[in-house]
Design a protein around this ligand. Structure first.
Ligand code: AMP
Length: 315
C-alpha cells in the first residue's frame, strides 16, 4: 500500500488541506481532523487546514477552517473517507498541486495522484492509525487530540465495535488509542446522546416498519412526519440502525424525504445491498449503502430490488 508515498508527500509540502465527504459522520471527521492533528504535532511549521461545511452535530469533534482559494496554490490536498469525487466536500479539492485519496470504501472512483484504499479496514480512521504506525520511523507523533479523533472515528464506523468489519487489528489500535488522555464518556455522549424528538421518531419507526417473509424491512419517513417530530433530514443518522436487532430482519431500507428528493439508507445483516444502491446511482459498503431517488414511485423499485436480494440470500 501507498503509505511511503503519502508520508513523502506530506514531508514535501508546506501547506496541506484535508477534505472529507458531504453529510459527514464521525469517521469522516475523525479521519480528517485526526490526520490533521498528527501532521500538526509532527510538523509544527506546516500549515494544515480542514475543509468542508460544518455539521453542528459534529463540532464536538473538530471545527472546520475557512480557506481562501489562493491557499490551494501549490498545496497538498488529502481527501479522507470519500469514495467518489461527487461526494467530496468542498469542490476545490482539485485546486491543489497534488491530490491523495485515503479511504476504506470500494474503490469505484480511484481519483488522485496517490490512492490508498483498504476495504478491509473498519474505518478510514483505522487507516490513519495505520499510516501513523508506518510513519513512526519518520518521527510521527500521536497526541491526545489525534487519539480522541481517530478513536471516535473507529467507534462510529464499527457501530461501537459491533459490525463484522471490526477485526483484531481494530481492537489492537483501539487499545493503543485509549492509552492517550481523553475523556471517553464525553466522546460517547457527543456521539450517542439522543434528543428526545429523535427517540420518539425511533418509536414511530419501531411501531410502523413493514417486514416481508424474506426478511426485507422498509419504512418511509416523509417530510411531514419529520416536521411533526421537529427533526431535520440530516439529523436522522442516529435512527438508521434502530431496526438492526429485530429478529427476522435481514436487510432494511429507510427512506427519508428531503427538500428536493428522497434519501435511501440501506443496511444489512447478510445480503449485499450496495449493488441495490448502485442501481439507483448510489454506492457504499456491502452492508451499509445509500442512494438518492427522485420520488416515492422510485422508492417502490428500491423495495422490490431489496426484496429480490433478500429472497435470493442463502445465509
Ligand atoms: P448513510 O446511510 O448515508 O450513512 O450511508 C451509508 C454508506 O453508503 C456510506 O458509507 C456512504 O459511503 C454510502 N452512500 C450513501 N449515500 C450515497 C450516495 N448517494 N452515493 C454513494 N454512496 C453513498
Amino acid at each position: 500500500m501507498n503509505f511511503d508515498a503519502i508520508i513523502q508527500a506530506i514531508e514535501d509540502y508546506g501547506i496541506i488541506i484535508i477534505h472529507r465527504h458531504v453529510r459527514p459522520d464521525p469517521d469522516a471527521y475523525g479521519s480528517q481532523a485526526g490526520l490533521g492533528q498528527l501532521i500538526k504535532q509532527t510538523y509544527p511549521n506546516k500549515q494544515v487546514y480542514l475543509a468542508g461545511e460544518e455539521d453542528p452535530s459534529l463540532t464536538f469533534l473538530a471545527r472546520m477552517d475557512t480557506i481562501d482559494d489562493n491557499v490551494y496554490q501549490g498545496a497538498l490536498v488529502i481527501v479522507c473517507d470519500t469514495a467518489n469525487t461527487e461526494r467530496i466536500d468542498d469542490t476545490r479539492y482539485d485546486k491543489g498541486d497534488k491530490l491523495i485519496k485515503i479511504d476504506h470504501h470500494p474503490n469505484v472512483d480511484p481519483y488522485g495522484d496517490i490512492v490508498l484504499v483498504d476495504t478491509e479496514a473498519s474505518s478510514t480512521s483505522e487507516i490513519i492509525y495505520d499510516l501513523y504506525v508506518h510513519a513512526k520511523a519518520a518521527g510521527y507523533q500521536m497526541n491526545n487530540e489525534a487519539a480522541r479523533l481517530i478513536y471516535g472515528g473507529i467507534v462510529g464506523d464499527t457501530g461501537r465495535f459491533l459490525f463484522p468489519s471490526t477485526t483484531k487489528k481494530t481492537f489492537q489500535y483501539a487499545a493503543e488509542l485509549v492509552t492517550y488522555s481523553f475523556d471517553r464518556t464525553q466522546l460517547y455522549d457527543g456521539m450517542y446522546q439522543m434528543d428526545e424528538n429523535i427517540a420518539r421518531l425511533q418509536g414511530y419507526i419501531l411501531q410502523n416498519y413493514t417486514l416481508t417473509p424474506s426478511g426485507m424491512c422498509s419504512i418511509k419517513i416523509t417530510s411531514q412526519l419529520l416536521s411533526e417530530y421537529r427533526i431535520k433530514p440530516e439529523e436522522t443518522s442516529q435512527i438508521v440502525g434502530t431496526l438492526g436487532d429485530i429478529s427476522g430482519i435481514k436487510a432494511w431500507v429507510i427512506f427519508i424525504e428531503e427538500a428536493n428528493d428522497i434519501r435511501v439508507r440501506l443496511r444489512s445483516k447478510g445480503p449485499v445491498v450496495n449493488t441495490v444502491a448502485a442501481k439507483f446511482g448510489g454506492g457504499g459498503h456491502p452492508m451499509a449503502a445509500g442512494a438518492t431517488v427522485a420520488n416515492w414511485e422510485e422508492t417502490e423499485r428500491v423495495v422490490r430490488d431489496l426484496e429480490r436480494v433478500c429472497k435470493n440470500y442463502q445465509g
